[in-house]
Ligand binder design. Structure first.
Ligand code: NAD
Length: 240
């Protein structure tokens, strides 16, 4: 199997930069597509994912075989229209450009929030459906984008996968630490929400980045045959 050529969409962001660095560290060929330029040592394509032609031009020029799409406006904004434009229309434009350019793989960063409706989630897996009432426009738009990415699996030979990180922390973060520091600066640290038993998943950014790269690698490998137990039990013989 020949090595992939990567385009990290949103590669100037917190998670994107870690993905780019890990790909470079293992000797891969990688370019970045983003509305913000933060690189001088990596091929960079300045563009907006809502413009399919801009994405397609970057894919053709870079010779991309694998897209890792991490771009999104940050959570917590009040502009719902922006979320639907970038996350839903933009992701659909990325899919269309990928199919048109015969890209083999698309890895999408979704969010754990797509299945959260405000009540605790314990012992569930990917089969948990999206809530009837989404938490907010950010999570609703991420869910719709994820759906589009998974539906595109197999289209024109494109293989797709979506990952759902919860909270991401680590070097380069500009959201979590800033929020915590603002609470401290406003003198709000003596307030407590809930009874101090709330749980939330946090994952180190280097591990989230690695998960994206492993997911891309695994897309090449057909899933193993399901175990016998996954099939219906053989009919019992007469007299059983
Ligand atoms: P970030 O804001 O640091 O990075 C996002 C990048 O996307 C930025 O560089 C931004 O310029 C780019 N971008 C935004 N709109 C674009 C557009 N229209 N066209 C091209 N580029 C665009 O965010 P992050 O924290 O690195 O998050 C990365 C991904 O992970 C996002 O999809 C986010 O929804 C998801 N996620 C993040 C967290 C978290 O805790 N940070 C948790 C769960 C999921």
């Amino acid at each position: 199997m020949s090595k992939d050529i990567y385009l990290v969409i949103g590669g100037s962001g917190f998670l994107g930069r870690h993905i780019v660095q890990q790909l470079l560290d293992r000797g891969d060929i990688v370019s970045v597509f983003d509305i913000v330029q933060r690189y001088d040592d990596v091929p960079f394509y300045s563009g907006d994912i809502t413009d399919e032609d801009q994405v397609a031009a970057a894919l053709r020029k870079s010779g991309t075989t694998c897209i890792i799409h991490t771009a999104s406006p940050p959570a917590g904004l009040t502009d719902s229209a922006l979320y639907f434009k970038v996350n839903v229309d933009g992701t659909k434009a990325v899919i269309a450009a990928a199919v048109a350019c015969k890209v083999r793989k698309l890895v999408f960063t979704s969010s754990a929030g797509v299945v959260f409706n405000g009540t605790d989630i314990v012992d569930v897996d990917e089969r948990l459906p999206f809530p009837e009432v989404p938490m907010d426009a950010y999570n609703e738009s991420k869910a719709k984008a994820e759906e589009a990415v998974l539906e595109a699996n197999g289209k024109g030979g494109l293989l797709t996968v979506a990952l759902r990180p919860a909270g991401i922390f680590g070097p380069g973060d500009r959201q979590v630490m800033m929020g915590l520091y603002q609470v401290y600066e406003r003198g709000q640290t003596h307030f407590q929400v809930g009874n101090n038993t709330n749980l939330f998943d946090w994952t180190y950014v280097g591990n989230v980045a690695r998960a994206h790269i492993l997911a891309a690698d695994k897309l090449d490998i057909p899933p193993p045959a399901p175990p016998i137990s996954a099939f219906e039990k053989a009919p019992s013989t007469v007299g059983d």
